[in-house]
Ligand binder design. Structure first.
Ligand code: ATP
Ligand code: MG
Length: 361
């Protein structure tokens, strides 16, 4: 991920267990690349397309839209280095958002150049910023020495003011990247335009990880307050080699699942099904077990108290259950069960397979 990134410097959860130092993963790409190398996936025909989902951990200031444990879904395309593959990967992100009904977004685009290119860029940036160094925050002073390009991402108002001034913006606008970087980026932009995909060129977009080369992008929205990034990604042509694999260009992105869910108005908590009312606890437990196996996406809870039905219903409601599955002696004998929807109050009598179908709809 890179020693001089905020993720590594400030946001990692690291602890020691029996003399081993362990770190909770802060992002998915490095792990995917390691798997790619270890599993010999580079021997497959190119491009290799992979995706993942899982929990990530970053020691950040918790706030609305920013948790210390959150989920990401991401994808990586390894093995080709063309502007067309950049565009394909970006289109896939937009399509995923569209299918979730999320359309009110802005695509920000930039190129951070090849590794060699970036050395020249950072030297020039340092020359430009050196006279202003005393007025900048401590993080920027450190970044100035370690990784000046990261300064552009600073959120401290005084620093931001400088980086948004004509001095810096003009520099970014006129910096001469190598011919290869410039033409790759130009083709990406013109392809997107041809395809009628709106985007904003954002020369300050540098992304938080060191492994990016060339095209980087972010998809943001105004609908989430200050935590407006839903998707971030870019090309990383050197990472496979850095991690010990054969030189393999690659590009990918990741999205924050909680932010997506909020935008798409999707509840991440599956409905809770309470199995209630029955004189035979063994029957209830067996049914609940059957249900868990048939219906792994639902949280199934069993109410084993002998309270009156309406007390159990109240309890289920308190726990946030969406449906209650009512099992009594008669139901058990007939093989038909009452399924009560707590939101609408509707109650239907169904067989077990019908119940599964009913809840899946
Ligand atoms: P941000 O600018 O919001 O800190 P980032 O650039 O650190 O985002 P990435 O590393 O690109 O984020 O991760 C991809 C996506 O994961 C982000 O666009 C965002 O939707 C989500 N994400 C990142 N950090 C968090 C977090 N702490 N809590 C919730 N979602 C997050
Ligand atoms: Mg971040």
């Amino acid at each position: 991920v890179g020693d001089s990134t905020d993720i590594v410097n400030k946001e990692m959860y690291t602890f020691i267990k029996e003399e081993r130092t362990l770190t909770l993963r802060p992002e998915g790409t490095a792990g995917v690349v390691r798997a790619f190398i270890e599993q010999g996936l580079h021997r497959q025909s190119k491009p290799v397309k992979l995706c993942y989902t899982g929990a990530m951990f970053r020691y950040e200031r918790p706030q609305e839209g920013r948790q210390r444990q959150f989920n990401q879904i991401g994808l990586e395309q390894l093995g080709i280095d063309t502007p067309q593959s950049d565009v394909e990967v970006i289109l896939l992100a937009l399509e995923a958002l569209k299918r979730l009904g999320i359309t009110n977004t802005t695509l920000h685009l930039n190129s951070v150049g090849t590794a060699e290119d970036r050395l020249g860029f950072m030297e020039a940036l340092k020359e430009l910023l050196r006279p202003h160094l005393p007025g900048l925050c401590d993080d920027c002073k450190r970044r100035f020495e370690q990784n000046p390009i990261r300064m552009l991402d600073c959120k401290v108002p005084t620093c931001k003011q400088l980086y948004d001034s004509p001095l810096v913006l003009d520099f970014l606008d006129t910096f001469a990247w190598s011919e290869a970087t410039t033409s790759h980026f130009k083709t990406v932009c013109s392809l997107l335009s041809t395809l009628n995909v709106a985007f904003v060129k954002n020369p300050k977009l540098v992304r938080g990880l060191d492994y990016y080369t060339g095209t980087v992008f972010e998809i943001t929205t105004d609908l989430l307050g200050s935590q407006g990034a839903v998707c971030g990604g870019g090309r990383y042509n050197n990472l496979v080699e850095v991690l010990g694999g054969p030189a393999t260009p690659a590009i990918g992105w990741a999205m924050g699942v909680e932010r997506l869910a909020k935008l798409a108005n999707i509840s991440l908590t599956p409905p809770v099904v309470m199995v209630g009312i029955g004189s035979k606890p063994a029957v209830l437990l067996a049914l609940a077990q059957w249900f868990r196996e048939e219906h792994p996406n639902h949280i199934v809870e069993v109410d084993l108290t002998t309270k009156a039905l309406n007390k159990q219903l109240q309890q289920a409601q308190k726990r946030g259950a969406s449906s209650v599955f009512i099992v009594g002696d008669d139901e058990w004998v007939q093989g038909m069960y009452a399924l009560k929807n707590l939101e609408t109050g509707e109650q239907v009598l169904l067989s077990l397979p019908e119940i599964v179908k009913h809840l899946t709809l």
